[in-house]
Design a protein around this ligand. Structure first.
Ligand code: 13P
Ligand code: SF4
Length: 327
């Protein structure tokens, strides 16, 4: 049973979460939240959380939240001694690349990504041999070893800008086929795609969007660019997870669906209790490996520090920093 002292201490946190977590459930989280807030002070730690983290993490204990681009930028800026990355492994690796001298912890090192698993450094070397002289733009959803083989990274938030920044007629874009094709639809640059897919976003279909529109009159449809191009084509807006949040904040549609991982709707809805969120729920099993319990354990025991081979890190960092230099 959680004590009334703990409940009093974390009451201001619950005020941010009350539209996402019922009062009866809050005591289940309160003790971990209280411990994590204390441990962050003791360890001089910050928690960076991706938009797909569950509300008790996202609104409860995170210091910085955002899409992959924002997390990379903030990781480059923080002066905390310890960074806990509440997200998947490639995000923690990116934070470590940008902070080689700080401790970066991932609460569960098995938090992977179907895109990151779809391409290897050997595949990258084969692509180089097959397309000599064509720059390789690598989505951040990849291992550091794959980034090390690439010319520049991109995220869903800056992919077109990165492609166009290279000033060439043709680029390779790996590993997300749909992101590459969605970018190709918006630029004159020829984009050669790899065949990787996100296991969450590839499940959305244009027929599902049509059915949602029929069932929910006036529905505004926002899609992540990892969705298949025919889904993006029937959406009202496509953008990174941060761009979708910004769209909801700016336009305040009466009824909206976010074609992306389903915790994001919970997080945005917590700020907009007046908006009707239609919620087909596609969960990312990798993101869901991160919990309050393993964030607490990471801070208590300083467990799972991210380490990257120095030779790989030098080359991967160059690709990430080159991306961050693109306005
Ligand atoms: P964002 O960079 O848009 O947050 O996307 C990351 C991701 O993993 C989407 O599935
Ligand atoms: Fe990877 Fe898709 Fe999960 Fe994002 S939602 S981490 S792209 S598997």
């Amino acid at each position: 049973m959680v004590s009334s002292e703990v409940l009093d201490r974390v009451q201001p946190v619950y005020a941010r979460l009350r539209h996402a977590i019922p009062p009866l459930e809050w005591p289940v989280f309160a003790e971990d939240v209280d411990a994590i807030l204390r441990l962050k002070r003791e360890r001089d730690a910050v928690i960076l959380a991706h938009n797909y983290q569950t509300p008790e993490i996202f609104h409860g204990v995170a210091d910085i939240v955002g899409d992959s681009l924002a997390l990379a930028r903030e990781a480059a800026r923080t002066d905390a001694r310890v960074i806990v990355l509440a997200g998947v492994h490639f995000m923690a690796e990116t934070a470590k690349l940008l902070n080689p001298d700080r401790t970066v912890l991932i609460p569960d090192p098995a938090a992977g990504c179907s895109l990151a698993d779809s391409i290897t450094p050997a595949d990258m070397r084969l692509l180089r041999a097959r397309y000599p002289g064509v720059p390789i733009v690598t989505y951040v959803n990849t291992s550091a070893a794959v980034k090390a083989e690439s010319d520049i990274c991109c995220t869903s938030g800056n992919a077109r800008r990165v492609v166009e920044s290279l000033g060439v007629a043709r680029v390779l874009m790996v590993p997300d086929e749909y992101l590459a094709r969605n970018v190709a639809a918006t630029t004159d640059v020829e984009v050669i795609a790899w065949r990787g897919h996100c296991e969450v976003h590839e499940r959305f279909t244009a027929a599902e969007v049509a059915a949602l529109r029929e069932d929910h009159p006036g529905l505004v449809v926002l899609a992540h660019p990892e969705c298949p191009p025919d889904v993006v084509a029937v959406a009202d807006f496509a953008g990174s997870t941060a761009a979708m949040c910004d769209y909801v904040d700016a336009h305040r549609p009466a009824r909206v669906v976010l074609l992306t991982e389903c915790s994001m709707s919970d997080n945005v809805a917590a700020r907009h209790p007046d908006i009707d969120f239609v919620r087909p729920c596609n969960l990312c099993p990798h993101m869901k490996r991160i919990t309050l319990a393993n964030i607490r354990a990471a801070l208590e025991t300083m467990r799972h520090p991210v380490e990257i081979d120095p030779d790989i890190a030098v080359r991967a960092r160059r690709a990430v920093e080159r991306m961050l230099a693109v306005a």
